[in-house]
Design a protein around this ligand. Structure first.
Ligand SMILES: [Zn+2]
Length: 266
């Protein structure tokens, strides 16, 4: 595999979400991804009023390249597919902190696999200040469930990703949040245990694609009066290690290069 790192940074997601919702990003946030924001302007003729971010854990760019057919349902439902560069160390709390604070680890303060409540300013704080309601739907003990606590927003924390997905569909039906973040860690957990390309892990990945598709279709049929940016936004990639297991956290293209997808639904 050639040693080419993706160029567009994970930190751009924070300002992208705010820009699309018509909220000015705070100073210090990495610039928005202008491919996504300009596409949103063109698709909506202005700003969006809903964002739904699906955060599947550990979906590497190389998985997308090698198993493109497995992503078919998501490809058919997304308008942009963009290679993105994660941050170091490429572990879950560090990466999601960068995704939702718009800054690098040395600035937000989570620089290792620890899950303190972030003191840094997040997308959720900006949206709360702008009077927009946010929700996080995630599994108990996982990074997204821990590091974004103590904000003026709604938290729906469950034991299993299946319960999270069911709740996310209910929230789409209730239609009361400007931003919904849904986390699924099932691919990550499975690839650590059985290796990234094991049948078990690929089945989990396929389930992630299916879940994104389900959420997409629910938004299309339920949020007809809205303009929605939907994202498929993993945190980091993964690689195989000795013993038939998977890992991540290193500065290598398998861990750093990821694939994001975006849909513009109206
Ligand atoms: Zn992760």
């Amino acid at each position: 595999m050639s040693d080419i790192y993706d160029s567009l940074p994970l930190t751009s997601i924070a300002a992208t979400v705010l820009d699309v919702l018509g909220v000015n990003p705070p100073e210090g946030f990495a610039p928005a991804n202008d491919i996504v924001t300009e596409k949103a302007e063109a698709a909506f003729g202005g700003k969006a009023d809903r964002v739904f971010i699906y955060n599947p854990d550990a979906v590497a760019l190389w998985l997308f390249q090698k198993y493109t057919g497995l992503f078919k349902k998501a490809l058919l439902r997304s308008d942009l597919q963009i290679p993105m560069l994660s941050v170091m160390p490429s572990v879950t709390p560090v990466c999601f902190a960068s995704m939702y604070t718009g800054v690098m680890p040395e600035s937000h303060g989570i620089k290792a696999y620890v899950k303190p409540v972030l003191k840094a300013h997040t997308v959720f704080d900006s949206l709360a200040r702008a009077g927009k309601r946010c929700a996080i739907v995630s599994t108990s003990g996982d990074s997204i469930s821990e590091i974004f606590r103590e904000r003026d927003m709604d938290y729906f924390i469950y034991d299993t990703h299946q319960e999270c997905n069911k709740k996310a569909l209910e929230l789409i039906a209730e239609d009361r949040h400007s931003l919904i973040v849904l986390y699924n860690g099932n691919y990550d957990a499975t690839m650590h245990k059985f290796a990234p390309e094991s049948n078990e892990a690929l089945a989990a990945l396929e389930e992630n694609v299916e879940t994104f598709s389900q959420m997409h279709d629910a938004i299309c049929s339920t949020w007809k009066g809205h303009k929605t940016l939907m994202g498929f936004c993993p945190d980091h990639g993964c690689h195989e290690i000795d013993g038939g297991m998977g890992s991540h956290g290193l500065e290598m293209i398998e861990d750093m290069n990821i694939i994001h997808m975006f849909s513009f639904i109206k």
